[in-house]
Design a binder for this molecule. Structure first.
Ligand code: ADP
Ligand code: MG
Ligand code: ZN
Length: 607
């Protein structure tokens, strides 16, 4: 606690550095300059110059003579020489018609030069330093309830009150429940310490990006009404080894002084990666030191005081095991993507901030955004509001939100894009192909909208399917039918135009992904039964997988994937062959309208 003088230290460094700079200036730069200005010559040279009539001005000082020579170009040069007993000099100067005086031109007095070379630069640096430190202090003291402590460049962000509560976090009921205990503990640490209960020192919020992990951490601080210290893992990664560790030490010291409080380490995976990398990355000393310091601090501080450490990550699998053992981040709180109800609630929370029509149906929007994170939903509301403004309205309508869902999913409409009639026709058949195949299968989500208006994302058209309710499981049939639907677009092109285009690339990717997962992870192939052939390496970030099988097996997986997609493709072709009439009718209609709803689609299909 007494070490409050720490920030002053850096100012001492500042002055030392200033002084060194001034010395360097004086020893290296100034003499160089002045040597160029006044050159020292011998007395005989002076006499020669005088005789030749080169000299235009002479000044006599106490112990030196300074004289000026103008060359034919008009450049002036100063020379100096020592004084010599020379009684006749004055007369000879007169004869030569040279101006002479006792005032030395352009040569400062010793006092003045001392001032200019030593006092003045130091003064300038001093004032500069004062100004800098003052603006820094202002930042620390003022600025509402936020302040940064500047020590070296460890920026630890403190909020006295986050102003967020659990009400601001929609859905995420399990996470909130798990955090409620921490809030209670911060309110009333004695209640827990009296009975001898130790609360977890740290809790790890785990989930995909944008699901509200940071928001939840701030809400905990807000609910408990305690200060919120936050630092992002990436800020620890510094150029110099040891800086990160120093920051961790600093963070915990400050937090201990302010207890009870919350320390929040965002994106902890940047420092908390597994230390043993098998030497692949060659090790990272800095990160390792920072992590070790973090572990030490977490062990060292007294949990009873009421410092709770929250951390967030979307890569829990990459975290060092030492971080996860009891006594550190022993509590893991999943913050998953919101379900249907959660999405609806999140939309409502963010809709409170905008003027929105009373008859907006948030449920429809929520159903169309399966898989969207809280951040994306917030974005949808905002895009909707922006669209309302563009349309010159003062209130957000359902159609604004519907359109903004598409903007978030598929990018903005590219109305100006020039697409030939022939290509448009192909796109229309392609999309209807998807929709028809989807509609003809059981276990397939209903078609919500079909459009052939190109989007900025590069999509030339798309078929939007919206699930009725919330699905957490996918049966083998559903999965296979999805692949069939993805192949439906290409199948329509083949049947009608007898050729194929590049337009199906995204479909191909998706179909392959599902087929692969079915075989290697979901145990949906006869051949491999329930053997895990691939593992997901980061479930929250794209779900990359890594193979866990021999090369021979990998070859077999590939074969099975090909066979599965092929049979799906054949099924799609057969469905469309049976519905050729409807395919033509619907495609012509779509070509004319450019966008049709699921309802229109079903009406024509069933007519
Ligand atoms: P994360 O830290 O998980 O990546 P954030 O907490 O930064 O995500 O969330 C980003 C933004 O998304 C938040 O500021 C908030 O506005 C919005 N958001 C995310 N989840 C929710 C939620 N459950 N309820 C309300 N808003 C949410
Ligand atoms: Mg975050
Ligand atoms: Zn397609």
């Amino acid at each position: 606690m007494k070490e409050k003088k720490a920030p002053k230290k850096s100012w001492i460094y500042y002055y030392v550095v200033t002084f060194v700079i001034v010395i360097l200036l004086n020893t290296l730069v100034f003499p160089f300059i002045s040597q160029r200005e006044i050159k020292e010559v011998g007395y005989n040279t002076f006499l020669e110059d005088l005789e030749k009539g080169k000299i235009s001005e002479v000044a006599m000082g106490d112990n030196q003579i300074v004289y000026l020579i103008k060359d034919n170009k008009g450049d002036e040069k100063l020379y100096k020489t020592g004084i010599w007993p020379d009684d006749d000099l004055v007369n000879r100067l007169k004869d030569a018609g040279v101006k002479f005086s006792a005032e030395i031109p352009k040569q400062a007095s010793p006092m003045l030069s001392f001032f200019m070379t030593w006092i003045f630069p130091i003064l300038v640096f001093f004032i500069l330093g004062q100004l800098l430190s003052r603006t820094l202090m202002k930042k620390m003291g003022g600025g509402g309830n936020a302040m940064t402590f500047g020590k070296a460049n460890a920026k630890i962000y403190v909020e006295a009150q986050t102003g967020k509560t659990f009400k601001d976090v929609a859905g995420q009921d399990e996470a909130k429940e798990a955090l409620t205990e921490i809030v209670d503990f911060l309110h009333n640490p004695q209640k827990y310490s009296e009975i001898g209960a130790k609360l977890p020192k740290g809790a790890l919020l785990v989930g995909p990006p944008g699901t509200g992990k940071t928001l939840l951490a701030r809400a905990v601080a807000g609910e408990a009404q305690v200060p919120f210290f936050s630092i992002s893992g990436s800020e620890f990664v510094e150029m110099f080894v040891g800086m990160g560790a120093a920051k961790v030490r600093d963070l915990f010291k400050q937090a201990n002084e302010k207890a009870p409080c919350i320390v929040f380490i965002d994106e902890i995976d940047t420092i908390g990666k597994k230390r043993d990398n098998g030497g692949i990355s060659g090790g990272n000393d800095e990160r390792e030191q920072t992590l070790n310091q973090l572990l030490t601090e977490m062990d060292g501080f007294d949990g009873k005081k009421g410092v709770v450490i929250l951390a967030a990550t979307n890569r829990p699998d990459s975290l060092d095991k030492a971080l996860l053992r009891p006594g550190r981040f022993d509590r893991r709180i999943p913050v998953e993507l919101p379900d249907l109800k959660g999405r609806e609630d999140i939309l409502k929370v963010h809709a409170k901030g905008v003027k929105i029509s009373d008859n907006v149906d948030f449920n429809t929007i929520a159903r169309a955004t399966s898989g969207a994170s809280g951040a994306e939903l917030e974005n949808i509301i905002n895009e909707g509001a922006l669209r309302a403004v563009r349309m010159g309205r003062e209130i957000v309508l359902q159609e604004d939100l519907e359109e903004s869902v598409e903007v978030v999913i598929a990018g903005y409409q590219r109305k100006g894009a020039v697409i030939s009639q022939k290509e448009k026709e192909i796109i229309a058949y392609h999309e209807i192909g998807h929709a028809l195949v989807a509609a003809s299968q059981t276990d397939s989500a209903p078609v919500h909208k079909i459009t052939i208006i190109p989007r900025t994302s590069g999509a030339l058209g798309y078929t939007m399917q919206v699930e009725e309710g919330e699905h957490v499981l996918m049966s083998k049939d559903e999965a296979f039918n999805k692949i069939v639907t993805f192949t439906g677009g290409r199948a329509a092109e083949e049947l009608v135009f007898g050729s194929v285009t590049s337009g199906a690339s995204n479909d191909i990717e998706q179909a392959t992904k599902i087929a692969r997962a079915m075989i290697s992870r979901y145990g949906m192939s006869e051949h491999f039964d329930m053997v895990a052939l691939e593992t997901v390496t980061n479930q929250y970030l794209g779900g990359d997988t890594s193979l866990a099988c021999s090369n021979e097996t990998a070859t077999k997986i590939d074969e099975e994937v090909i066979a599965m997609v092929k049979s799906a493709h054949e099924k799609a072709i057969n469905i469309l062959k049976d519905n050729m009439g409807k395919l033509h009718e619907l495609s012509t209609y779509l070509l004319e309208k450019e966008t049709i709803t699921g309802e229109e689609f079903m009406n024509i299909l069933n007519s």
